[in-house]
Write a protein that binds this ligand. Structure first.
Ligand code: ZN
Length: 441
């Protein structure tokens, strides 16, 4: 643990001036990427080979002309892409052993191995050096802490424990209390009451549960800042938590690939364009829906350059009133894999229905819905789970949701889908909660 390194990054991120306009931001990014490219082209055999025919584009800073990679390509070329000389086989072995024994410090020569979620055979491996861990902690603290680093903070962090990435920050002023999502609820309640965190960071499904405990009088905490991570924050959950905690619920959008976005004072999500460069691959330009292609300026162990994520984001049409030149988002829509499929009536062609449509259809149907989950199964049947305030009007609310979904499919020119309803019995757990999910197989 190296407090100085974290502090350095903290100050650099927090007090970075001169990024007020779009032009300043672009110049800053170009300088960072150029410097980073020199390192990548020298040390990563994979990128060096791939970019060989693109040296003109590299020297003229036309990053958007460079080839794109994704998780699949990264995993295929894992051994030659990383600059630490670690093989995929070695890394998997260490990561699986750590998962099995729930030892969260899987490392090879001081490089932390992280395993990203995904179906078996589709899991990603991530390598982070000690130095990069400090940078990560410093920039997160800078973006997340409500006041100066000199104020005392007790941070409660609920996460799936799959690497020691999150155990970096502990000093006299900032204490970092790690909560394993697998622990019993009683344990969480007891610890929360003991610690009384000033900052609460958790997936929204867990935050919602904590808000319920607070409302029911089981816990007595008054955090100064509440931050949602790791799952898509739905407006429904956000509004409930904001009413219980009496404050804006903030968001961190971060994944194994990088620390990508944080909310400003206004509660608007802004991409961290001082840390990553983002290209947009539009899937619906009119509505501003895009897939981000990211380039991290500082990851050297496993360079993430022109890497397409599996996420759908929606950009904000109007600039945020906070004045930040960083790209403002309307919301994180969901995973690309969770786009629902409709069958076009005459041609049977597959039509994409974005999570945002599904979400809005449910929300339009009835005000009495407390929680929901909509699943599309491999046979394209749709399963709807609703938690409703008063159960006596369940049937009419289910029908209303069904009608909204039928309308959505009809407006898209699709065949009427088969919808069925089942009990809502979902509790926060190790598994990420997706309110809109497509099961592929
Ligand atoms: Zn803003």
């Amino acid at each position: 643990m190296n407090n100085l390194k974290i502090l350095q990054k903290y100050i650099e991120t927090k007090y970075r001036t001169g990024l007020k306009t779009e032009e300043q931001l672009r110049n800053f990014q170009n300088a960072r990427i150029t410097k980073h490219m020199q390192f990548v082209l020298q040390h990563s055999v994979f990128y060096k080979n791939m970019y060989q025919p693109y040296m003109n584009e590299v020297s003229s800073q036309q990053w958007e002309q460079l080839p794109i990679i994704d998780k699949k390509i990264m995993m295929e070329h894992f051994d030659s892409l990383n600059t630490a000389g670690i093989t995929k086989e070695q890394a998997f072995q260490v990561a699986f052993e750590a998962e099995r024994t729930r030892n969260f410090s899987p490392t090879i020569h001081n490089i932390t191995i992280g395993l990203s979620s995904g179906t078996s055979g589709n899991r990603g491996l991530f390598l982070v050096s000690k130095e990069e861990r400090y940078l990560w902690a410093g920039s997160i603290l800078a973006k997340v802490l409500p006041a100066s680093i000199l104020n005392k903070q007790k941070i409660a962090f609920f996460l799936r424990a799959n690497s020691n990435l999150y155990e970096t920050t502990k000093n006299k002023r900032i204490s970092f209390h790690f909560f394993d999502l697998l622990d019993y609820f009683e344990t969480h309640i007891k610890r929360l009451n003991e610690i009384r965190p000033t900052i609460l960071i958790a997936p929204p499904s867990m935050l919602r549960k904590i808000a319920e405990w607070k409302e029911e009088g089981h816990i007595h905490i008054a955090p100064k800042k509440v931050i949602s991570v790791a799952e898509v924050l739905e407006d429904l959950d956000k509004e409930y938590m904001q009413s219980v905690f009496g404050q804006v619920v903030h968001q961190i959008y971060q994944c194994t690939e990088g620390f990508l976005a944080t909310t400003c004072k206004q509660g608007t999500l802004h991409m961290n364009e001082d840390l990553v460069y983002i290209d947009k691959e539009y899937v619906d330009k009119g509505r501003g829906v895009f897939i981000p292609i990211i380039t991290d300026f500082s990851r050297k162990t496993q360079p993430i350059v022109r890497y397409r994520l599996n996420d759908l984001l929606i950009e904000k049409k109007q600039p945020c009133s906070c004045g930040s030149p960083f790209l403002a988002l309307e919301r994180i829509d969901g995973r690309c894999d969770d786009v629902f499929i409709g069958r076009e009536k005459t041609t049977a062609k597959e039509i994409s229905l974005f999570p945002d449509f599904i979400r809005r259809a449910v929300m339009l149907a009835a005000a009495d819905i407390e929680e929901f989950k909509v699943i599309q199964h491999p046979n394209l049947f749709i399963e709807v789970k609703l938690k409703i305030k008063r159960d006596d009007n369940r049937l009419s609310i289910e029908n209303a949701v069904g009608e909204e979904l039928y309308r959505l499919w009809r407006d898209a020119g699709c065949e009427k889908p088969t919808i069925f309803y089942s009990e809502y019995a979902i509790l926060p757990s190790e598994k990420k909660l997706k309110r809109i999910e497509r099961i592929l197989s």
